[in-house]
Design a protein around this ligand. Structure first.
Ligand code: AMP
Length: 286
């Protein structure tokens, strides 16, 4: 496994792979890896000749009052995990390498970026799209792997790829949870014991939605109300949003008909956690 920090060196290595006709699977991450990340790596490895992972805490996707400076980082641990998974290359650039002084170019996916998480995190998806497009340009992956954990991110990046005719396939992968249902997230480390326990209400609210949908409920307002009631009963939880939206447009739904996304964002103390389930072709995925 090779660790590369310079863009030019990365491009040389990728050129070599491409000249040999090798396919490249790519997994972008912010590091502090867990089983969720590793599931993407395994997916990428299974379908590609070479697997590249980037580790970059992207300052442009954090708001000024957000956790950029304290975001957990442990490169040595991450590298050991990736080595064990048989990853070929880690791209580990510094901020200056990605955004040299005078950097000016950004990517925006209109409308979609202002919904759900975009409302409480203005500029977040502009930062995500910008870094992902840069990484796609550098790595030229055949496939890029993303987790359904960040459902809005998957939908926005698919749109970016479609709109900009990028020659890469977005491969969304299942959301990985702890045994008790909490979605794996690098940010779970911020939770104290009480908050960690309280955070289970996220999954419980999704199970409630699942049960209602399976029992035939299609009125979004009724499902939403029950979810809000359940989450609000947890004293340590402060709701950012609970929404039921169209899986493509992210527009709120009155009635669940086609594919839908049930998405929640809730603060536990200062930590904001997200979770979701998808209702796709009549089947609940969570
Ligand atoms: P991050 O390091 O948070 O930027 O995440 C990198 C990638 O891992 C993104 O595509 C995430 O959606 C994905 N990911 C994070 N947590 C999970 C999880 N619990 N299950 C599946 N994928 C995840």
């Amino acid at each position: 496994m090779e660790v590369i920090s310079k863009a030019t060196e990365l491009q040389e290595r990728i050129k070599g792979w491409k000249q040999k006709g090798l396919t490249v699977g790519f997994v972008p991450t912010m590091g502090y890896l867990h089983e969720g990340h590793l599931s993407l790596v395994r997916g990428a490895r299974k379908s590609n000749d070479k697997t590249a992972v980037s580790i970059f805490v992207n300052p442009k996707q954090f708001g000024p009052a957000e956790d950029y400076n304290v975001y957990p980082r442990d490169f040595n641990r991450d590298a050991a995990l990736l080595e064990k998974e048989g990853v070929d290359l880690i791209f580990y650039p510094g901020v200056e390498e990605m955004y040299p002084a005078g950097y000016k170019t950004y990517v925006e996916v209109e409308d979609l970026e202002n919904k759900l998480c975009g409302r409480s995190r203005p500029g977040h998806f502009r930062g995500v799209c910008t870094v992902v497009l840069k990484l796609f340009n550098l790595i030229q992956p055949d496939e890029a792997y993303f987790g359904w954990k960040d459902a809005q991110q998957v939908i926005i990046l698919k749109k970016m790829v479609e709109d900009l005719n990028l020659p890469v396939k977005i491969r969304p992968m299942p959301l990985i949870r702890e045994e008790d249902g909490l979605a794996l997230s690098s940010r779970n480390i911020y939770l104290n014991q009480q908050e960690r326990q309280a955070a289970l209400v996220l999954y419980r609210s999704l199970l409630l939605a699942e049960k209602m949908i399976k029992n035939g409920e299609r009125e979004a307002a009724r499902i939403r109300e029950q979810m809000v009631n359940l989450i609000s009963a947890e004293p340590l939880a402060r709701i950012d949003y609970v929404e039921i939206v169209d899986l493509q447009t992210l527009e709120p739904l009155a009635t669940i008909e086609g594919d839908a996304l049930v998405a929640v964002a809730v603060y536990f103390g200062r930590t904001r956690l997200i979770d979701n389930l998808r209702f796709i072709s009549g089947v609940v995925e969570k």
